[in-house]
Design a protein around this ligand. Structure first.
Ligand code: ADP
Length: 306
């Protein structure tokens, strides 16, 4: 079925993205609550239409580790993407203080690896933007990936304007982009995965912006420095090994998804129970007390207005 704007009722604002706001909406015909992401872009109508067509293959990307895609449309200079609403939000706001429980960290990692593996093996999609903001959770304890580079046109339009202060790019990709090339392989996502695990464990981006006084210094550290690692006093040798393999500066020596999926660290925690629902409940409480606001009920607003 096709979704259009007039069927959506805005319920809440979930967050601000780089290109627009993400809303919680109600799809009236089905009664399903969804997340609606706006991506504001100055493009011609033909490119917009191409993007909508390219996004259509997302209907086929179904996995318990990938946020479900409901549809996309474009309205007045913006692409709108309707997707599964994840009621605990993104990982970057859930890992407050760092994830010390290795079982939880391993289960989150397992979900990301499975999501990336499915995208690659079933759709031949390389994610291109693996980072904690693009890992979402719900209160059932599920972990799912979103925001992957399915539309070539969308990827191209976004990367032209993307200037973040935290880079999850692999060294070889930083060098390639610096040289004006856009070569991109699946191994680069594995670096970003390693960096994301480290960030979730520590509770902070591994190359802290305040120790590098420019984005240039930060990128140099990624390209020329030793890769960061998990602290040996807090994590098991298996966890340290997993991250170390992902953060190999030589892309050809990073493991494949199939190899990562059977790494002893992930296998160990797939065999023992880990209460992800309890963890996410605690994480949401910590997040809300840190930001000083509870998840209060807000009455539904009127129909969606732009
Ligand atoms: P961008 O990639 O443009 O920066 P994000 O994807 O990070 O935008 O979205 C901004 C915020 O919106 C996220 O940090 C998250 O809290 C929220 N969000 C995005 N998608 C969903 C979703 N499907 N369910 C719930 N919250 C979401």
């Amino acid at each position: 079925f096709k979704i259009n704007m007039s069927e959506l009722i805005k319920l809440d604002e979930l967050g601000k993205g780089n290109y627009g706001v993400v809303y919680k909406v109600l799809h009236r015909p089905t009664g399903v609550k969804m997340a609606l992401k706006e991506i504001r872009l100055s493009l011609d109508e033909a490119t917009f239409n191409q993007i909508i067509m390219e996004l259509d293959i997302l209907h086929k990307a179904t996995s318990p580790y990938i946020v479900e895609f409901y549809g996309a449309f474009f309205v007045e200079g913006s692409v709108f993407i309707c997707m599964e609403f994840m009621d605990a939000g993104s990982m970057d706001k859930l890992y407050t203080g760092g994830i010390e429980d290795e079982g939880v960290l391993a289960r989150i990692t397992y979900a990301i690896v499975q999501g990336l593996k499915t995208l690659k093996e079933e759709q031949n999609i390389i994610h291109r933007d693996v980072k904690p903001t693009n890992v979402l959770m719900n209160t059932a304890g599920q972990v799912k990936l979103c925001d992957f580079g399915v539309s070539g046109n969308l990827v191209a339009s976004i990367s032209k304007t993307n200037i973040g202060c935290q880079s999850y790019m692999a060294p070889e990709r930083i060098r390639a982009e610096n040289a004006g090339q856009l070569t991109y392989t699946v191994q680069a996502d594995i670096w970003s995965l390693g960096l994301s695990i480290l960030e979730m464990a520590k509770g902070a981006y591994p190359y802290p912006p305040d120790t590098f006084n420019s984005i240039f210094a930060q990128l140099s550290a990624i390209c020329d420095g030793e890769p960061p690692s998990l602290p040996a006093d807090k994590y098991s040798p298996e966890a340290i090994d997993f991250v170390k393999r992902c953060l190999n500066k030589d892309p050809s020596r990073r493991p494949s998804y199939a190899q990562l999926a059977i790494h002893p660290w992930l296998e160990k925690y797939q065999k023992v129970p880990v209460d992800m629902a309890a963890w996410v409940k605690g994480a949401m409480e910590r997040r809300n007390s840190a930001s000083g606001k509870a998840d209060t009920f807000k009455p539904p607003l009127h129909k969606f207005t732009m």
